[in-house]
Every structure is written in structure tokens, then in C-alpha cells.
Write a protein that binds this ligand. Structure first.
Ligand SMILES: [Zn+2]
Length: 366
């Protein structure tokens, strides 16, 4: 039997009284002392050892605070540094201090979660930073190889088209759009090259380094030069926002950087990766917003882009541009709500538009 001096509060009043506590094999008994309450020597309470709980954290050598049961109101405080050790021997269940452990576990879990969240945030941010930091010349070279690879993947007939009249019309439209892009933030010194590939899918891709490939099928599906101009302006928007390099960086990761530094210049698989990428809704709307700014500045109506989107089914399942550009109906509505300039002119004249549509008619042999 071991006795210690303690302070006791009943939890109902603020009064704390001096007591002695006695550790018995299965109980802790609390006896009143001469504290002026006339309880000298009387047993005030008896707490089963297996119902004891620490209040707060308990450390060897520090005062111990106890309650009876997890919800007990009464409190015992034992200042004697020796008590902690004696108590743990008598009531081993207290070795796993629930308060301490829960706090530790919660602390670790919250800490780990915060760490993971921070790591993800840093990685996402880092991939953007690294993507933006890649040298333009390297992105341009990689983009060219991607164009070649994409055309190989998509079909034997995927030659780049350069029928002269069509190429002249494409140059003219590209120049008009890029001149307009220069007037909006981030649009200066834009390195963009747009080409048409002889493939019948309704699609267009922005690769690394501002290399944009429009498939002939998209020109066929466009009902007007304004529609084609809208799609091109949208792809230029992706380039201006670094969407291709950022998405590729997220998709294939830092291998891109290793390739860069280990001197491989190896980009095999980039084209496939590029084809499987899709942008977030935010990225698409971002590219639409830039497209509208470009079209406004170029004096081209944004109605063409809205009309083109309108004809795409909105089930997210369709082929071509739709599969990489979901949410088309909502985007069309947003574009139509945009107030463009009063005076617009067609993106190309009728004869230029006809020439552009014929750009693949005399694809070079060999
Ligand atoms: Zn897009």
C-alpha cells in the first residue's frame, strides 16, 4: 500500500482540497486530510484502477492528473514525481496514455497529410515551372519531332500539305492571327507554326514549341473561314498559356528534363503522349478567352468558333476535336455571350478560303 499527497476537486465546485491517495491492488482510495472541511481521515471516494484516466498528457517526473472514467468530472492531482512510475506499475493500461497517443496519432496524420498535400502542390507547381523554363529552341525541335510522330501514328497518308495557293492562304490567316496575338499580354514574340496534315479526322493539335497541326478533316468540317480562324485562335491560346508543355510534363513527368540534360534529345513517345493528353475545363476556357481576345484584335467574329462548337455533340464521346475538347455547348454559349467588336471582316476571302480547303490537293510526293 502506497500513499501520496494529492489535491482533489469534485468537478462540481471550484474547490480543491488536500487529500491523500492510497494505491491498493485494484483501487485508488482518496482520503480527506485536515483541510478545514471536517473530513479528516474519511474516505471520500474509491476509484477502480482500471477506470483511471490521465487528464491531459502525463510524463515521468511531472505532476499527474487523473479522472475516473473518460467522462469523469472529479480531478486528482498528485505532485510527487515518484507517483507516475508507481501508478504505471499498478495500472499498466495507463502506459498507453490515450490522450497522449491520440494526440500523437492525430498530429502525425495531420502532419503527414499536410506533407503529402504540400508535395503534390510543389510537384504540380514545379512541373509548370520546369515546363515554362524549357528552352524555346528545344521545345521547337521536340515539337517538330512530335509532329512527325503524330502523323506516323495517325496514318500513312498523314503528309503535311503545301499546295501553294492553300499555303499562301494559311500563311495569311496565321499572320493575321499572330499580329493580333501580339497586341494582347503574353502574345509578343510568339513562335507559332501552323500546318495542315492530309488526314480526314476533325481535329487540330498544339504541340510543344508552338507547332500546331490542323487536320484536313477539320477544314472540311468548318463551314466558314471564321470557324477555322476560331479553332486556330483557340490552339494559339493553348500555346500562349503553355498548356502543351505543362500537360506533357504532367503526363510524362521529369523524364522530359532528363532527356534534355542527358543529351538524348529522345522524344520517342512524345507524339503518342500528346495525342492522349486532354486539358482541363479551365484550360479550355482559358484558351477560348485568349481566342476571343485574338479574334477581337484581328477584327474577326467569334461567332465562327461558337458555331463550330455548336455542331459538336456534347456527350463527350464524339471523335476528333470533341474528344479533346469536351463541354462544347457550354463553351459555345460563353463565347456567344462575349461582346466582340462591331466591325469584323471574314477571316479569309471566299477565294482564299477555297484555296485553303485545297491545300492538300497537290500534296508533294516523296
Ligand atoms: Zn483546346
Amino acid at each position: 500500500m502506497t500513499t501520496f499527497a494529492a489535491m482533489f476537486g469534485d468537478g462540481e465546485t471550484a474547490r480543491r482540497r488536500p487529500v491523500t491517495v492510497t494505491l491498493e491492488p485494484a483501487t485508488l482510495s482518496i482520503f480527506g486530510e485536515d483541510g478545514g472541511f471536517g473530513e479528516d481521515g474519511a474516505r471520500l471516494d474509491q476509484w477502480p484502477l482500471d477506470e483511471l484516466h490521465f487528464v491531459g498528457e502525463a510524463f515521468d517526473g511531472a505532476p499527474v492528473r487523473l479522472k475516473r472514467g473518460a467522462a469523469g468530472q472529479a480531478r486528482l492531482t498528485i505532485d510527487d514525481p515518484a507517483f507516475h512510475d508507481v501508478l504505471l506499475r499498478a495500472a499498466p493500461h495507463l502506459r498507453r496514455n490515450p490522450n497522449l497517443n491520440v494526440r500523437k496519432i492525430v498530429g502525425l496524420t495531420a502532419g503527414a497529410a499536410a506533407l503529402v498535400a504540400a508535395a503534390i502542390f510543389i510537384l504540380l507547381h514545379l512541373t509548370n515551372v520546369v515546363a515554362d523554363w524549357l528552352p524555346e529552341s528545344w521545345k521547337r525541335d521536340a515539337g517538330e519531332r512530335m509532329v512527325t510522330e503524330v502523323l506516323e501514328i495517325m496514318g500513312d497518308n498523314g503528309a503535311l500539305c503545301d499546295q501553294p495557293d492553300g499555303a499562301a492562304a494559311l500563311d495569311q490567316l496565321t499572320t493575321r492571327l499572330l499580329a493580333a496575338a501580339e497586341t494582347i499580354p503574353e502574345g509578343d514574340r510568339l513562335d507559332v507554326k501552323i500546318r495542315v496534315a492530309n488526314l480526314s479526322l476533325n481535329n487540330a493539335f498544339a504541340m510543344l514549341g508552338g507547332r500546331i497541326v490542323v487536320l484536313n478533316g477539320l477544314l472540311f468540317n468548318a463551314k466558314s473561314p471564321d470557324e477555322a480562324a476560331g479553332v486556330l485562335a483557340h490552339e494559339i491560346g493553348h500555346v500562349m498559356r503553355h498548356h502543351p508543355s505543362r500537360a506533357l510534363m504532367r503526363g510524362i513527368g521529369l523524364g522530359l528534363v532528363f532527356d534534355l540534360f542527358l543529351g538524348g534529345g529522345r522524344t520517342a513517345g512524345f507524339g503518342q503522349a500528346m495525342l492522349s493528353l486532354s486539358y482541363s475545363r479551365d484550360a479550355e476556357r482559358d484558351a477560348d478567352a485568349i481566342a476571343l481576345a485574338i479574334l477581337d484584335s484581328a477584327g474577326i467574329s467569334g461567332a465562327g468558333l461558337a458555331a463550330f462548337l455548336d455542331r459538336l455533340p456534347d456527350d463527350g464521346d464524339g471523335p476528333g476535336w470533341l474528344s479533346t475538347h469536351p463541354d462544347s455547348q457550354n463553351r459555345a454559349a460563353l463565347i456567344r455571350a462575349h461582346q466582340g467588336p462591331q466591325n469584323t471582316t471574314p477571316a479569309l476571302t471566299t477565294s482564299e478560303w477555297r484555296a485553303l480547303n485545297g491545300i492538300c490537293q497537290a500534296a508533294p510526293k516523296g
